[in-house]
Design a protein around this ligand. Structure first.
Ligand code: HEC
Length: 164
């Protein structure tokens, strides 16, 4: 029995050396959403505390990111979030893709579905949580980023039979 416990302990300790790499790229003012769109201080703050942990290359990692396997789980969410909406490279993607992301973000704000409930917020949920008024402000902000180019591209894709 004791041997089994030692073995388990050894596995847990060894596992701590296997970690996903931390993402920490410098902010590129030419492509970063906040740097390019220059929203007011309140919106910038909301984006940083409530969205940038999963949708930018500067996540603010919680201390428990040091623990394997929690870190793999958190890392998956960041990678997944980045695939859908990457605020750090915002200005480098095609115009209609930006418009598409703004449209999706408006939907998420409308349904209050972001930030996803996550272990990222254990112990610090209070500052990432958005009030109804804040959701309203972020909704208007994303709306102000729209230029309708996605609707045109979507219609083109539909007409070309590329999407249903
Ligand atoms: C804890 C991680 C996390 C945080 C914080 C977070 N998101 Fe997400 N987000 C995700 C993940 C994971 C996905 C992809 C899966 C999904 O759509 O649920 C996603 C998807 C999205 C999408 C794409 C939706 C679609 O229809 O494809 C948008 C837009 C988005 N998030 C906006 C935001 C905004 C705006 C905030 C801040 C208010 C935010 N997210 C905060 C994890 C997060």
């Amino acid at each position: 029995m004791i041997k089994v416990l030692y073995l388990l302990l050894a596995i847990i300790i060894i596992a701590q050396f296997i970690r996903p790499a931390r993402i920490a790229d410098p902010v590129d003012p030419a492509t970063d959403l906040i740097a390019v769109t220059k929203p007011d201080a309140e919106i910038a703050q909301m984006l940083r505390t409530s969205c940038y942990d999963c949708h930018s290359h500067q996540p603010n990692y919680p201390w428990y990111f040091a623990i394997t396997p929690v870190n793999f789980w958190l890392n998956d969410h960041i990678q997944d979030g980045l695939k859908h909406f990457d605020a750090s490279t915002w200005a480098s993607v095609k115009g209609f893709e930006r418009d598409h992301q703004a449209k999706d973000a408006m939907e998420e704000m409308d349904k209050k579905e972001m930030p996803i409930p996550d272990f990222f917020y254990l112990g610090r949920h209070a500052d990432a949580k958005l009030s109804d008024a804040q959701y309203g402000k972020l909704y208007s902000y994303f709306e102000s980023l729209r230029d309708g180019s996605w609707d045109i591209e979507k219609a083109r894709r539909k007409a070309a039979g590329e999407i249903k």
